[in-house]
Design a protein around this ligand. Structure first.
Ligand code: SAM
Length: 249
């Protein structure tokens, strides 16, 4: 079971998300446990303060290091080799989240996701307690809760036994560096637009080959960079071995 702890000042945003639909089913099946923790529970003053003005001036407030580090260390343990799993800070400055990273993180046993708010977080809390920073894209949101939910959903659906039809993962966009091609359901004709005949032919080999061609065509049109990346990641052909050998050594 993958344990996901989320540290946030708005646990109420996570709770319905974690209990509905696929996330709810994954929790019921014991594949994942998602817990939202209120950062204010680790404050020590009567106002439960989690933020303060930035040193050196500037706009807005920053999250203070003490409650954050106390929360992270209680939930995930102190930073170091004995820590189980990873502590990830959601940040627009982090490594970009993608399907490959979702697959990597789905192999962990525990993840602690730290949601920033305000103008961000005191650097010392990051240095002392965070293992890595992850961004969901080059834009700035008000907090890390939506990025955390996006990550949780992308990771959880990859866990064995979560999706009803595990085969659907194999043909999805980003599996094998291509996008999924166009898909059709009933009715066979909609506003004079017919479902391609091959999909109704019952010929499984022809359907598979049609889907492969459409997927490649769509990827070339919409995301040629994925095909370029795949070429770059291919091992060199024998004649192209850097040392000029045939690669047998
Ligand atoms: N001042 C920060 C900066 O310029 O990098 C942005 C702070 S943002 C308003 C507040 C919080 O939202 C961040 O600490 C982070 O947790 C979260 N956040 C915003 N955009 C994000 C993104 N693209 N990916 C991940 N987290 C994001």
């Amino acid at each position: 079971m993958l344990r996901i702890d989320v540290i946030t000042i708005f646990p109420g945003l996570l709770e319905p998300f974690a209990s509905e639909s696929i996330m709810g089913i994954a929790q019921e099946r014991g594949k994942v446990q998602i817990r939202a923790h209120n950062l204010r529970d680790w404050t020590t003053d009567k106002h439960n303060t989690v933020d303060a003005i930035p040193y050196g001036g500037g706009a807005g407030m920053l999250m203070k290091p003490e409650p954050l580090v106390a929360a992270i260390e209680e939930i995930a343990g102190p930073k170091g080799p004995q820590r189980e799993g990873k502590v990830i800070l959601l940040s627009p400055q982090g490594r970009r989240f993608d399907q490959g990273m979702a697959e990597e993180l789905a192999r962990e046993s525990a993840l602690t996701l730290v949601c920033g708010r305000y103008e961000g977080i005191d650097q010392r809390a990051i240095d002392v307690a965070v293992d890595c920073e992850v961004s969901i894209g080059d834009y700035v949101l008000c907090g890390g809760e939506v990025p955390a939910m996006a990550m949780i959903e992308a990771i959880t659906r990859l866990l064995p036994g979560v999706l009803g039809n595990a085969e659907s993962l194999d043909t999805e966009s980003f599996q094998g560096s291509v996008l999924e091609g166009p898909q059709y359901t009933r009715p066979a004709v909609f506003r004079d637009l017919e479902v391609p005949a091959v999909l109704r032919s019952g010929n499984h080999a022809a359907v598979a080959s049609w889907r492969k061609e459409r997927a490649l065509e769509r990827t070339k049109q919409r995301r040629p960079d994925l095909l370029d990346e795949e070429k770059t990641n291919q091992p060199p052909a024998r004649s192209e071995e850097p040392d000029g050998s045939d690669g047998k050594n």
